[in-house]
Design a binder for this molecule. Sequence first.
Ligand SMILES: [Zn+2]
Length: 50
Amino acid sequence: MCSVGGGDFNLEIEEIELERYKCNDCGNKFGGMGENVICPSCHSGNVVKI
Ligand SMILES: [Zn+2]
């Protein structure tokens, strides 16, 4: 319980498979999922799956 000073922080967050998307407006590449993917950078819906 009281394990302090450990550098082991191996969180495996690969259970969720994110699709790769690219924003056509700002060129940002990001991971997303769902039907309505929005660019996290410019909030544009003009994104394509890559
Ligand atoms: Zn964008």
